[in-house]
Ligand binder design. Structure first.
Ligand SMILES: *[C@@H]1O[C@H](CO)[C@@H](O)[C@H](O)[C@H]1NC(C)=O
Ligand SMILES: *[C@@H]1O[C@H](CO)[C@@H](O)[C@H](O)[C@H]1NC(C)=O
Ligand SMILES: *[C@@H]1O[C@H](CO)[C@@H](O)[C@H](O)[C@H]1NC(C)=O
Length: 253
């Protein structure tokens, strides 16, 4: 039996190797991904736990367009904002850094490109920064989540919705099942708060598809990885039942 010190050292090595390996190659070798996830978030919810946050935005904004597997697929492919100059006006509106409004906004885009974009770039349709961000914006506008919710009369309210209101409306509009994430009830709250909606697209032709297939088994590792984006903001898949869709903070004059 190895001494605790030796075991700790071995564990350290294992973790170090995993950092090199696991981060570089995803969890099962290669970066073979199957679908793209367009993640949109609701700023008033994202801002619940954050100070100096853009909690007055009254529309769903882009969090990212993520392959369902792999990250940082090409570490030598650095983000260069000059390549998407023509997209910046749209990016500022639809893909703002909600949580860090006063930081250099290119940091958020850099993160999304380097972590997810370099993996999406496997696809000819997404194999440049310009194509990746351009296509993300195009998909965002195509699904037009903000208008679709309004069409079903779903707007921010102090009265609670049922999570099925969102699910049914979106499934009817898009013909596919989205994944909806919530901030669990905090402290003295009674209900969860809707925060993030994921719509999935096929790898082949970037058409809407269900986010999970019947019988599709995700490994716990993959689940954890997929949940990471949400978990970083304290969110998880919503429970059935009532849900709060918080109105934006009033802008100060
Ligand atoms: C990684 O990105 C660099 C810079 O764009 C490029 O030259 C290289 O071909 C890429 N490598 C792979 C494996 O795609
Ligand atoms: C933001 O960062 C980019 C490089 O990442 C730089 O070119 C630009 O000048 C910075 N803008 C501000 C306002 O600091
Ligand atoms: C998507 O999921 C719904 C509900 O689970 C199912 O009825 C439908 O057949 C699925 N569509 C495809 C293309 O798998």
């Amino acid at each position: 039996m190895a001494s605790p010190a030796v075991r700790r050292a071995l564990l350290g090595w294992g973790l170090a190797l995993c950092c090199l390996w696991c981060a570089g190659a995803g969890w099962s070798g290669g970066h073979e991904w199957k679908k793209l996830i367009l993640t949109q978030h609701w700023p008033p919810t994202v801002c619940k736990e954050a100070d100096s946050c853009r909690n007055s935005l009254d529309y769903w904004t882009i969090h990212g367009l993520w392959p369902d597997k792999g990250e940082e697929c090409n570490r030598s492919w650095h983000f260069n904002v000059d390549e998407i100059k023509d997209l910046v006006p749209d990016m500022k509106i639809y893909w703002p850094d909600v949580i860090h409004p006063s930081s250099n906004r290119t940091q958020f885009w850099r993160h999304e490109w380097e972590k997810h974009g370099t993996c999406a770039a496997q696809l000819d349709a997404l194999n440049s920064e310009r194509k990746y961000f351009g296509k993300s914006l195009a998909l965002y506008k195509q699904v037009d989540l903000n208008s679709m919710l309004l069409k079903f009369g779903i707007k921010p309210s102090v009265n609670y919705y049922h999570i099925a209101d969102f699910k049914d409306a979106l499934t009817r509009v898009y013909g596919v099942v989205p994944k909806i994430q919530c901030l669990p009830p905090q402290q003295d709250e009674q209900v969860q708060t809707i925060g993030q909606i994921e719509l999935c697209f096929t790898k082949e032709d970037l058409h809407l598809r269900n986010c999970t297939e019947p019988g599709e088994q995700l490994s716990p590792k993959q689940e954890a990885w997929l949940a990471e984006g949400a978990a970083a903001q304290g969110m998880a898949v919503c429970e059935d039942g009532p849900v709060f869709y918080p109105p934006p903070a009033k802008t100060q004059r």
